[in-house]
Design a protein. Structure first.
Length: 181
């Protein structure tokens, strides 16, 4: 289970520095304290500062894990359990190649591509979709299998990938903006 994001509630900010930034700050401070000193690569004091900066980077990382982990522990101490929320659902539009009439079965799976940084989200249709003769499009509600907020903000006409082998489907897309509860 991911840790809850409590930063907005307790006013904590992450310390976002790496070893190079720590070293640069240490060298600048040393220069202020010893104006005649010139740092040289390989000198004992520079090597020590580099090592201290690398160790401090690990400490900074560990400290940044504390707020969320601590909140999780406190919630458990009071017998509270985080609610992951409900899975998102969407109104999906199927566009067919002709107007002869079709039925898209309940449980048909479509995929929302979230880009290179995230896993795609699969939705399954909640009911059968009957597209009557004379029509080429129809809409049906579809639900995701797990709770996530990553898909929020996807708008109307966002293309979806049809994962089931259904002939005569020309396109699948969101009919309305993605809904999350």
């Amino acid at each position: 289970m991911p840790s809850p994001d409590v930063v907005s509630y307790v006013g904590l900010e992450l310390i976002d520095v790496d070893a190079q930034q720590l070293l640069d700050t240490a060298l600048a401070n040393a220069g202020l304290s010893f104006p005649d000193w010139t740092p040289r690569e390989g000198n004992t004091e520079v090597v020590l500062l580099e090592e201290f900066a690398a160790m401090a980077e690990d400490v900074v990382y560990a400290l940044n894990q504390l707020p969320n982990g601590l909140a999780e522990v406190l919630l458990r101490m009071f017998g509270l359990q985080r609610d992951q929320g409900a899975p998102p659902y969407a109104e999906v539009r199927f566009t067919m190649t002709d107007a002869t009439g079709y039925t898209i079965d309940q449980g048909t799976t479509v995929r929302l591509d979230m880009g290179a940084d995230s896993e795609p989200i699969d939705f399954t249709t909640d009911t059968d979709l009957v597209i009557p003769e004379g029509a080429t499009t129809g809409t049906v509600l579809a639900s995701a299998s797990e709770a996530t907020v990553l898909a929020n903000g996807r708008g109307t006409d966002t293309p979806l990938e049809l994962l089931d082998a259904i002939t005569d489907v020309e396109a699948v897309s969101l009919n309305l903006s993605l809904i999350h509860i």
